[in-house]
Each structure stands twice: as C-alpha cells, then as structure tokens.
Design a protein around this ligand. Structure first.
Ligand code: GTP
Length: 559
C-alpha cells in the first residue's frame, strides 16, 4: 500500500518535471530536426508558389503573343488580298477593254494584252491574267513562263470554253462581284506543278456601257509570297503560323508535309480534325479562341477576307454540301498561331533552375541560421538552467538551500492535501557549532556543516521522496513523507541526532536540537508549519539541547 503511494508520488513528480523541462531535455540536434524541416518546408512551399507564379506569367505571355500574332497575320492577309481585288476590278474597267467592247477591234485587244503584261511583270504578283468572253472562252492570256519571261497570247479564233468549275461559277456573278477560288496548288496537265506554286484565282465580270455581261477578267494570284509573309510575321518568336481552309486542310503549317492535304497523294489524313480534333471542335464552335492540347497552345481566328468591302463569292468548301457549283460562300479560312509545348517547357526551365538554385542557397542559409539560433538558445538555456540550479543549491554542501526546501515543502503540502497523507517538517539546529568555528576556524566549521549534510543525505538515501537542505547558517530542514505516525518520525530523527553527535573535530563535537511539526495535525499551511517546527526546535534547545521534540510532545522537563 505504502509502496504504491510512493510510486504514484514519484510518477507525479516526474510528470511535473517533464512538463517544465521537455524543451530543456531536447538536444541541439533534436531541436534542429524539429525546427529545420518545418521552416524548410515553408520555404520550399513559398519557392514552389513563386515558381508557379513566374511560370504562369511566362505562359500567359506566350499565350498573349500567340493571340497577337494571329491578329497581326489576319490584318496582313486582308491587306494583301484587298490590293489584289482592287487590281482585278481595275483591270475589268480598263480603257482599252471598254474600247474593245465598244468596237471589237484587234488593236485594242493588243494594247490590253501589253498592259496586262506590264502589270504582270512589274507587280510580280500574278502568274496569269486572262480575258474570257461571256461563254468562258479565252480571248487574251498573259502569263509568266517557266523561264521567267512574260508571254502574251491574243486569240483570233474562237476557242471552246475551258469547262473549269471556277469559271462557270464566276460567269454567274453580278457586275462588280468578285469570285475567289479556293487557295490551291497550280496544276499543269492534270499534275500538281513542282515546285509547288500556291495559286488563288480571282475573277470579276466585264460589263459593257449598256450593262451587258461581256466576259470575265481572271487573274491567278501567286499566293506563295503571301504565305511566306505570313510565316515571316512570327519569325523570331515561338509561335508558328497555320492557315487552315474550311475543310480543315493546311495551307500553311509549321511542317511542310502537313500542307495541301486535299491536293497531294498520301496527305489526305493531314487535316485539322484528325491531327488536332480538340482544336477543330473549338474552331467549329467559335470564330476565335484558344485551346491548349498535349501538343501545345493554339490561338485561332476565322478570317473572311474582303467580306466587308466587296461582294465576294468563293468556291464552297469541298467537304460541304453544295460544293463548288453553288459558289456562294464568302472566302473562309482559319488563321492559327501554334506554340509547341516544348517552348512552354523551355520557358519554365529558367525560373525552375534559378529558383531551384536560389532555393538550395536559401535552404543552406536557413540551416546555418537555425543552427546558430539553436546553439545560442541551447547555450542560454544551459546558462539559465545552471543559474536556476545555483539559486536552489547551497554552495557549501551542494544540497538544497532554503528556497528549494520551501518550494518542495509547499509542493508536499499540496500533494499531501490531495492524497490525504501526512508528512513531517523538521528543523535541525546545531548546538555548540560557534565554539568549533571560534576555536578551529571557519574552514573546520564548514567541514562540520558538510558532515551534517552528509549524515542527512545518507539517512534519506533510501527514502527518495524525502528532502534535506540547509536553511540557515547551522540550521537544516528535513521533509519526511509517507510515514505511518509520529513515532516513526521520532525514530528517524533520533537516528539523525545520534549520527550528528558522533562526529568529532579535534576533540570537539556538535549535537543537534531537532523540532518536528506534522502536517496536517500541527498546521495546514507552510508558514505556520515552519513556525511550529522552528518553535519546537527552540523548545528542544531550551530543554537542554541535543534532543528531538515533536510539536505534539508535552513540554519537556528542563535539565
Ligand atoms: N563556518 C561557517 N560558519 C557559519 C556559516 N554560516 C553561519 N556560520 C556561523 O554559525 C554560527 C551560528 O551561531 P549559533 O547558532 O549561535 O551557534 P551555536 O554555537 O550552535 O549556538 P546555539 O545555536 O545556541 O547552540 C555563527 O558563528 C555563524 O558565524 C558558514 O557557512 N560556515
């Protein structure tokens, strides 16, 4: 029963020490392992956020550049085609042509051909300029030969119509209307001419003074230069231009093998809907937009050049209902700017590496800072701990001093109150100590005091819950806990008294007058308990010294 109560008290005291000193018990290494990962984690998190923010900014810039590029390309496309359309309209109103229509003379036709040739040569924009009659039969043809020379042909004889779908569609136009063919490759003798020559054919009706349709002016615009210019717009930045017709075939693409799928064998699969279905679907839903796919980023914008300024008709899309014969849809392409995923990865690489290296540096600096802060803290803590210990230690005996003794006594009162136990607070004062001091000096006096402290700690060694301390010059305090009753207290104190009296220094001895007060019988509060023990000790002294007295003992007989 008594052992278990003692164990419980020991556990309680250990818990109190733990609560106060868990931090104290951590080593510098333990503290580092506790704090550094936390701070490093926060730092890494911040760096990751900064990197994400930076990379997102770069991505936004790349996206915005692609969107701007598309707009720029669209403007370029419209300007260039505007110019060509103005040219074809001018050709249809030429003075020589009007004269020819009025008089039908061959000389006007020759002059016209010369003018066509001059325009072809100096503009460098056209492969062919032709005049057809109302039945679609060729009257004048001026063209750029393979050798780069201009050839003019004026037909005297009536030729048969070409049977060309584009021409048939153009013949159905109203005055002032313009027909634009699909943009395709030049075909000679049923074969796609090599090297590829992208051609856009434009036609407008020729109308005489009486308002009758008299034929068509047809020009073959060399669209290769336009496509080249579109490519040049984005040169130097990561976005690559694409031009896609309404059937999803590429007219312009970063990879040459992707182009002209509707004209070249083996490239039929090179369509937007097969290669980039996600982008194609977005293009069907909206006129302009952006799509990010595994391949990269696409900005697109539908372009309908000339739609606003001119009554333009164009060949319908091959894949669409109606086809060429209806020839009513305006020219419709989609301009795209494409930024490959690798560009985004490359853009992200620099901030990743810079922030990564910077992060490593910061982690190193942080480690050093945490390390030195911890050493500073540990040093301060050790100093403080030592100071605290010193403040509670008696310098002479190395045991508890009055402060520590009173603290423990107060704690013992709380504990005893909680567990309804009793304990004894004893005051031990030496008798005849001054005489040794005076006769043999303070050093011997100190030795006596250390001897008494040794006696007390030896007596208490088997009772770990008890405490002894020097509470004054030659005055000692003793806490005896877990005792069955006053007689046990008396027995221990008698033992102590005898042991102190056994000491001898050059024939001189000291004895001890001991007074003990029992909690809760003699007093319930520390000051009163102390006072009671002190008073009892003085009673022992008054009764002749060298004796043990409990507060409850009757007044001893002096002598
Ligand atoms: N050597 C030494 N002497 C001390 C120390 N502290 C107090 N003293 C001395 O202890 C003595 C205590 O005086 P008293 O209590 O009158 O000594 P005493 O001879 O035991 O007298 P009674 O208590 O009446 O028996 C004084 O002479 C103090 O100078 C100390 O740390 N070392």
């Amino acid at each position: 029963m008594q052992t278990s109560t003692r164990r419980q008290a020991a556990t309680e005291r250990a818990a109190e020490t733990d609560r106060e000193g868990w931090l104290r018990s951590l080593s510098a290494r333990g503290l580092f392992l506790l704090i550094y990962p936390l701070l490093a984690g926060v730092l890494v998190l911040v760096l990751v956020l900064v990197r994400t923010w930076q990379v997102e900014g770069l991505y936004r810039d790349l996206d915005a550049a692609a969107v701007n590029r598309v707009e720029e390309q669209e403007r370029l496309l419209e300007n260039k085609l505007d110019y060509v359309v103005a040219d074809v309209l001018t050709l249809a109103r030429q003075n020589e042509l009007s004269r020819y229509l009025a008089h039908g003379d061959r000389a006007s036709l020759d002059r016209m051909a010369r003018e066509y040739a001059a325009r072809l040569r100096y503009s460098g924009l056209y492969q062919q300029i032709r005049l057809l009659d109302a039945q679609g039969r060729e009257r004048v043809r001026v063209e750029q030969g393979g050798d780069g020379r201009t050839r003019s042909l004026v037909h005297d004889a009536v030729r048969s119509p070409s049977g060309d779908d584009d021409i048939a569609a153009a013949l159905a136009l109203e005055a002032e209307e313009i027909y634009i063919s699909a943009l395709g490759l030049d075909v000679t003798d049923g074969e796609v001419a090599r090297p590829f020559v992208p051609i856009l054919r434009l036609a407008t009706p020729v109308v005489d003074a009486a308002g009758h349709h008299r034929g068509l002016v047809v020009i073959h615009y060399l669209a290769g230069r336009l496509l080249q210019r579109l490519e040049d717009v984005g040169r130097g930045d990561p976005s690559r231009p694409m031009l896609v017709n309404c059937d999803g075939y590429w007219l312009l693409a970063p990879v040459a093998e992707m182009r002209w799928g509707f004209m070249l064998e083996g490239r039929a699969q090179q369509r937007m809907q097969w290669r980039f279905p996600q982008v194609w679907q977005a293009m069907q839903r909206a006129e302009a937009g952006t799509v990010r796919t595994a391949a990269g980023f696409f900005a697109f914008q539908r372009v309908e050049p000339l739609r606003v300024d001119y009554p333009v008709r164009s060949s319908g899309c091959k894949g669409r209902a109606g086809g060429v014969s209806e020839a009513v849809s305006p020219l419709q392409w989609t301009m795209l700017a494409f930024v490959a995923r690798t560009h985004y990865e490359r853009a992200a690489l620099t901030p990743t590496v810079v922030i990564g290296l910077f992060g490593l540096l910061l982690l190193g600096v942080l480690a050093a800072a945490v390390q030195s802060m911890i050493s500073l803290y540990v040093n301060r803590r050790t100093q403080l701990y030592q100071l605290e210990r010193l403040a509670r230690t008696d310098a002479l005996t190395g045991g508890a001093n009055r402060i520590a003794f009173e603290e423990r006594a107060a704690l013992e009162i709380e504990r005893a109150a909680r567990h309804r136990r009793c304990f004894a607070l004893c005051v031990i004062d030496l008798d005849g100590f001054k005489a040794i001091n005076d006769a043999q000096g303070h050093l011997v006096g100190d030795e006596v005091l250390r001897f008494v402290a040794g006696v007390l700690s030896a007596r208490l060694r088997s009772r770990s819950d008890d405490l002894a301390g020097r509470i004054g010059g030659d005055e000692f305090g003793l806490l005896l806990t877990e005792l069955p009753g006053p007689e046990a207290v008396r027995a221990i104190l008698e033992d102590v008294r005898r042991a102190i009296g056994a000491g001898e220094w050059d024939g001189q001895r000291v004895s001890a007058s001991i007074g003990a007060a029992l909690y809760p019988y003699d007093a319930r509060h520390l000051p009163e308990l102390f006072k009671c023990a002190d008073a009892t000790m003085y009673r022992a002294k008054s009764a002749g010294k060298d004796r043990v007295l409990l507060a409850s003992d009757p007044e001893p007989v002096v002598g």
